[in-house]
Write a protein that binds this ligand. Structure first.
Ligand SMILES: [Zn+2]
Length: 159
């Protein structure tokens, strides 16, 4: 990993075995690309552009820029990464689409009125939209709630 890496927002590329982890990294607000099949060129490109390559392949352990994930279980995988990269301090829920990996854009309440349930519109002031899939996010959206509860899990860890 480059020395300057901590000055930049963390970005990842997840291998084909880590699709759920990729999704959860996005839910936490991290830029996490996912590759459906092993693609050496893509891995090289990602690493040289400063992405951290996350993989289940032990043969990658000695490769600079990559982290081998040991566990099969999502919670453990997140804990593994947190131990190395201190994810908890950098979590930004409500900032990235969990499906497209794109940064969400603020949306005016009036513009989303017809796209969210009435009670949601009535009880929330802040909305965001994915520029890719147009999905609307608000603080009560499942992924956002999940990330917030994750924060609590991290807190419990230190408690
Ligand atoms: Zn999207």
């Amino acid at each position: 990993m480059s020395k300057t890496h901590s000055d930049h927002p963390m970005a990842f590329l997840c291998d084909q075995n880590l699709g759920r982890l990729a999704r959860w990294l996005r839910i936490m607000g991290f830029d996490a690309e996912y590759m459906r099949e092993w693609d050496e060129k893509r891995i090289q490109k990602a690493i040289s552009s400063g992405r951290i390559f996350l993989t289940r392949r032990r043969s990658m352990a000695s490769k600079p820029g990559s982290i081998v994930i040991e566990s099969d279980h999502l919670n453990e995988q997140i804990a593994e990464l947190d131990r190395i990269l201190h994810l908890e301090e950098k979590i930004q829920p409500f900032s990235r689409c969990s499906i497209c990996n794109l940064s969400l854009k603020c949306a005016k309440a009036d513009d989303v009125k017809n796209q969210v349930p009435e009670y949601v519109f009535a009880t929330h002031e802040k909305f965001a939209r994915c520029p890719g899939c147009s999905r609307i996010y608000w603080k009560g959206t499942h992924p956002v709630r999940a990330a917030l509860s994750l924060k609590k899990i991290f807190k419990g860890k230190r408690g």
